[in-house]
Write a protein that binds this ligand. Sequence first.
Ligand code: BES
Ligand code: MN
Ligand code: ZN
Length: 513
Amino acid sequence: MDFELKSLSLAQADKLATDALVVLVPDTPALSSEAASALLELTQGVLKQGDLEQGVAKALMCYRPAGVKATRVVLVRAGDGSPSSVRKALLSATALVKTAGLKKMVVFLGLLESETAAIRSVMLACADATYVYTATKPTAKARTLTKVTIGVMDVAAAKGEFNMGQAALSGVEFAKEWANRPGNHATPTMLADAARQLGRKPGIKTEVLGLKEVKALGMGAFMAVAQGSAEPLRFIVMHYTGAAKTSAPVVLVGKGVTFDTGGISIKPAGEMDEMKYDMGGAASVLGTFAALAELKPAINVVGIIPSCENMPDGLAIKPGDVVTSMSGQTIEILNTDAEGRLILCDALTYAARFKPRCVIDIATLTGACVVALGAVRSGLFSANDDLADALAAAGERSQDLCWRMPLDDEYSEGLKSNFADMGNVAGRAGGAITAAKFLQKFTGTLNWAHLDNAGTAWKSGAAKGATGRPVPLLLQFLADQASQTAAAPRKSVSKRKPGTSVAVKATRKSAAR
Ligand code: BES
Ligand code: MN
Ligand code: ZN
């Protein structure tokens, strides 16, 4: 999808020849004392007559209104003009324009108090409303609306947000595409190839390890999950270098289970197809790298993706089996369906070698997180208040929300085992938290956070499909980190002890929260 930013006053908007001109109408339009404009008259007339229903996203399409050159004007309520209202408004306006089969539209933001704050939401919502999955359905009608011009009063002020929107968009679409692909079209090998493709972009390097290397590293937990599948495992390591080599990276770890049957602890048949998105964490890491290549922030990022299938088989792990993780800790596999934590724990151990400023893992880890938070917010877990706050803030800023969950030590009681250092599951209660407690046992002194996107990476129901979350959150976090590092005095960066953070202080390590 092609977006363009254009300087547009009300008077210019009147004269703009386009198939559809979408005007965002906030509760209190920011009206300057501008000269008479037909578009403004139309808007005010419609509001006065009550033709545009109250309520965010309510829209009215006017055909060939007098004095306006555009063939159609779509007036859409944008409430308080906040990013979330703007998003809803654009989803509804785009649906109208899409129905008419139009190829181009212009979105006019000049009536909003803050145009800049709206831009990213406009772009992501347009893309979302028009995305069509075609990889294994070539007969699907491809996206018709392909060109969107965003008209703002002040282009210079809007440029930064526009670039951010563009990058976020590429990342989200990349992540969606891979998470939507069925298991046989998104195997670990194929994911690795996608990562290699990204490795051709400037600033990105990709390395892929296979069974031999993973075995040499001693990743017993990861290998245990993969051993039940005929598909070979892949361990993908990506590097984005945007800052000096000496600058400690942020490490992103994404769960890449390309299909989760549950293994010998097999899942019920209903909706098992959806377990193709169990690489939603991996997809979000790949998507973030695609976005980084475009945004080019001054920061170093390492992406780690352990990828395999979780299958029942003659060679598959059995409940009760004990494996040795790369950290040396032994694990009793009480439930083979709790496989995500088994592949992630070795990836977390591996992450330490990069002496990262922080490590964030992203995983469709638990059904319990879906029960707790639904599809609105991802679960956020971290013992570090600064890191948790920074991630939560990035979520708000990018409208890709998360919610912090507790990590009290009492939650790890249930992980005790008589036959190994730990079991891989605790009871049903607090399942999203006990999973995070399991991961925490492999983080040592790392400044670590975990995002459970089981509920947010996928939409069920008629609009079934991947969402690309939490790419916007991750990109915002990385951009924030880059600008904070740039703002920090150079000395403090070079004097920093490896493994501790610059902008995110690795201090307050409270067990609870
Ligand atoms: N991939 C699932 C979690 C999941 C569930 C993701 C629903 C998306 C939607 C994970 O591997 C899993 O099966 N977790 C188990 C853990 C349990 C065995 C402790 C679960 O949530 O049931
Ligand atoms: Mn599972
Ligand atoms: Zn899983």
